[in-house]
Design a protein. Structure first.
Length: 228
């Protein structure tokens, strides 16, 4: 699992593959969690896995682990966390998958590679800027799942006066940040994820959604499956 949001219980309830088996009712098939940032919306769900019988494997950068010391302390009384470092070099996740982290100014992106097909997927839900390493990785990925949080920089301020802009919150806006960049990519599938409820691309008949569709980019939805 990549990031553990506060609605993790709901995700497990609607996804049979994530539900405990009858032989181990306290365990989930979730073997580990990758964290791209220490944002509470990405990490609070870790607490919902506290009743596991074994320690939860969590892959995170040192900065993320340090920021989440409070969660580490809370789970120490329950299942505990088996912290594992991420690396910028590919490392084995299991017999069929390798992964690596792409360092960004305030987060990490993750690239996974299938050992059988050789295909790779990039998951980057928190992108504040396009640095060279990310650009290179994106161009070399077959599937790109990218930060689509906000359409415009001042979007949140329209509904909450005084709210920070998208870039201040480490999210590159779609309209003048990522749309043209993703449009030109050779990846066979490009998908916006982490979409805020103020983003007009969620409206089926909106002009903004049409712009995204015309650029060949999909909008993530619950239950979306991608085979690489």
């Amino acid at each position: 699992m990549i990031n553990a949001s506060p609605d993790l219980t709901r995700q497990i309830e609607i996804t049979p593959q994530l539900q405990p088996g009858g032989d181990a009712p306290r365990n989930s098939p979730i073997a580990g969690v990758f964290l791209t940032t220490a944002d509470i919306d990405h990490a609070l769900g870790l607490l919902l896995l506290r009743q596991r019988e074994t320690a939860l494997a969590v892959y995170a950068a040192d900065e993320t682990r340090a920021a989440l010391a409070w969660i580490d302390t809370a789970l120490a009384r329950f299942c505990g966390i088996n912290w594992r470092k991420t690396s910028t070099d590919f490392q084995a996740l299991d017999d069929s998958m390798t992964f690596r982290a792409i360092q960004l100014p305030k987060s990490v992106a993750l690239q996974f590679r299938d050992a059988v097909s050789g295909a790779s997927v990039l998951f980057a839900p928190s992108v504040g800027e396009l640095n060279e390493e990310l650009r290179d990785t994106v161009h070399g990925s077959d599937v790109v799942i990218f930060d689509g949080t906000f359409w415009s920089d001042g979007e949140l301020g329209l509904v909450r006066p005084g709210a920070r802009g998208a870039r201040e919150m480490n999210h590159l806006p779609i309209s003048d940040g990522s749309l043209d960049f993703l449009r030109q990519l050779p990846a066979r599938r490009k998908v916006y994820t982490h979409i805020n409820n103020t983003n007009p691309i969620l409206m089926p008949d909106s002009w903004e959604r049409a712009q995204v569709r015309d650029a060949g980019i999909e909008i993530a939805r619950d239950g979306l499956e991608i085979i690489i």
